[in-house]
Design a protein around this ligand. Structure first.
Ligand SMILES: [Zn+2]
Ligand SMILES: [Zn+2]
Length: 581
């Protein structure tokens, strides 16, 4: 986490210098240091302690001094000095897709625009489009970008919410005699972003738990603190840059299930449940299920669903998207679980932009009980990611096959994440792809094209007999980059026809396919593969976010290819190849 903060500081210094029009060479060297720190597996403070900073590529004496300063003081003076030279609102503009430091400098100098609100006005009064280098189309795109980042700022990522909730739960368990404490709300439902965090606790002395909660060091502001409820604004830069509201409620044991059910939501799901309760002459609220004054259920969630005549509905499904009807008929899907996953089929080794060796990735995967992994390094068009040309790919295949020989009950599949080029052809010729055990094809460039062209591009790639999986199908990055404009129904139909799987990327920024697309895909009979796209062994731990997304999309174990043994996977690959001959 320290590396990430430091990397962001170097990146920000480069941005500011670029806004100020400073020396190109120095700017680039800062960006290089930022990247090196970001990709460094070891914590910088360990390297600094050992006096080994200058062994990092691109880190010279002056960068090493700045890193040391950060390790000791938590800030860097050169960074603070640079921050004083520009209006603070300019940095926020850099989050607008297509803006960049040069654009920010242009609007600052040309129009005296120093923050997002002024930029919005400059779009409305048409002054931005008249500025050199902008024009009406670009101004319009920037307007959309402002809306996008403003709406994105209100929610945090699922992984951030989970880290914060886990941290608070750990702290309160250590500091108080709380008996049970659980997260509810959209976090429990596994939504891709979370507005605020709801925690429910059972404790003998609830007042003490509330006390400990509002006095956590990361609490920025106490909005409300009573005997059984507190709301705070929680800020912890190590977890995320935003501040998030966290509510804690103390719940009596007899009502814990009812409270969990009530505060897990969604609102729409709960409205349906209350309707059913009323029909059966019950009253349902956060304290329990009542007939008159008598509590009929509420200690557990299961008890409530049972009394209402419904099968238990997993939190992931509680969106009023047909789950209530299915629960009444006893026809809910048996959702895929993390424990069903037998292998991870998307990860990068140092041959492209991964940070840990294949042996380490294999060992970590075995530690999770997996039976196989696929090494999917980038192809040559992904230049920034150090993509492999054919010669390097073939060397990698050889290496993977050698490593694989050492294993008995575990398989390392030789694979690739081959780029889908602009015309839908692939970055390697078919005869080279034929040497691989498994192939993912992904789009990494030109994501902003028109819908028809984007769709055509992907449909063509799916037709290729060697493509087994479409990687991160829409290319979206939550709150960072919008999804490619695609005809998803056409892609799902073609994936079904061609026996090509669609990926559910577990990467917390991607979660792509999203829940809605997962459901469309499995309804069309398409197989899914849930992958982490890990760049180091830690990355393999993110699988649960992909599983959470798939569960929200009603995905069953039988829909997921990497819940099957490696033999079934190999047959799947072979079937597509031979059906084209
Ligand atoms: Zn990719
Ligand atoms: Zn990848």
């Amino acid at each position: 986490m320290r590396n990430e903060q430091l990397s962001d500081i170097f990146e920000e210094m480069a941005d500011i210098m670029e806004i100020l029009g400073e020396d190109r060479f120095r700017i680039n060297s800062y960006r290089k240091v930022a990247r090196v720190i970001h990709d460094c597996v070891k914590d910088v403070s360990v390297l600094a302690g050992a006096g080994k900073l200058q062994e990092l590529p691109g880190v010279g004496k002056s960068s090493a001094e700045k890193i040391n300063e950060f390790v000791h003081a938590g800030t860097i003076k050169a960074h603070r000095d640079l921050l004083k030279k520009i209006p603070p609102g300019l940095l926020e503009m850099l989050k607008i897709p297509g803006m960049g430091p040069k654009g920010a400098a242009a609007v600052w100098k040309g129009l005296k625009v120093t923050d997002l609100d002024k930029l919005k006005k400059a779009i409305e009064d048409h002054s931005l489009e008249k500025l050199a280098g902008f024009g009406a189309k670009k101004a319009e795109a920037i307007g959309r970008g402002i809306e996008f980042i403003k709406s994105a700022g209100e929610r945090i990522l699922l992984i951030e919410a989970e880290l914060i909730a886990d941290y608070i739960i750990r702290e309160l368990k250590a500091k108080t005699s709380v008996k049970r404490i659980e997260a509810a709300g959209s976090l429990r439902r596994g939504c891709e972003t979370v507005g605020d965090i709801d925690l429910l606790a059972m404790a003998k002395d609830g007042g003490k738990v509330i006390e400990a909660f509002v006095h956590l060091a990361e609490v920025e502001q106490v909005l409300l603190a009573g005997g059984t409820k507190a709301s705070v604004r929680f800020a912890e830069p190590e977890f995320c840059r935003d501040v998030v509201q966290v509510d804690l409620r103390i719940v009596p044991t007899a009502s814990m299930g009812a409270a969990l059910q009530y505060f897990t939501g969604s609102k729409h799901h709960n409205v349906r449940l209350r309707e059913i309760a009323i029909k059966k002459k019950y009253k349902l609220n956060e304290y329990g299920l009542f007939r008159g004054d008598k509590q009929m259920a509420g200690k557990t969630e299961e008890g409530i669903y049972d009394k209402l005549g419904l099968a238990y509905v997993a939190p992931a499904l509680r969106e009023d998207r047909g789950e209530v009807e299915a629960a009444l008929k006893g026809e809910l899907p048996e959702l895929v679980e993390l424990g069903d996953i037998r292998g991870d089929l998307h990860m990068h080794s140092p041959a492209s932009d991964g940070r840990e060796e294949i042996e380490a990735l294999a060992a970590a995967a075995q530690g999770k009980g997996y039976k196989y992994i696929a090494i999917t390094d980038h192809s040559k068009s992904s230049v920034i990611a150090n993509g492999l040309d054919v010669r390097r790919l073939q060397a990698n295949i050889k290496k993977i096959k050698q490593i694989n020989e050492a294993f008995k009950d575990f398989t390392v599949l030789a694979s690739t994440e081959v780029d889908i080029l602009m015309d839908g052809s692939l970055d390697y010729p078919d005869e080279v792809l034929a040497e691989l055990d498994f192939v993912i094809a992904s789009v990494h460039s030109g994501l902003s094209g028109p819908k028809e062209r984007n769709t055509r591009r992907i449909l063509r790639a799916l037709e290729n007999p060697y493509v087994n999986c479409l990687g991160h199908p829409t290319g979206r990055m939550i709150q960072v980059r919008e999804a490619m404009d695609l005809d998803m129904e056409a892609i799902i139909a073609r994936a079904a026809q061609t026996h090509t799987a669609l990926e559910v990327s577990a990467s917390p920024l991607r979660l792509d396919l999203n829940d809605a697309h997962c459901r469309l895909a499995v309804e069309a009979g398409v197989k899914l593969i849930i992958n982490t796209d890990a760049h180091d062994t830690q990355g393999l731990d993110l699988m649960r976010y992909g599983v959470a997304t798939a569960r929200r999309g009603w995905v069953k174990k039988s829909d997921v290819l990497n819940c099957q043994p490696v033999g079934a996977l190999r047959r799947w690959v072979k079937d597509k190849r031979t059906s084209h001959k």
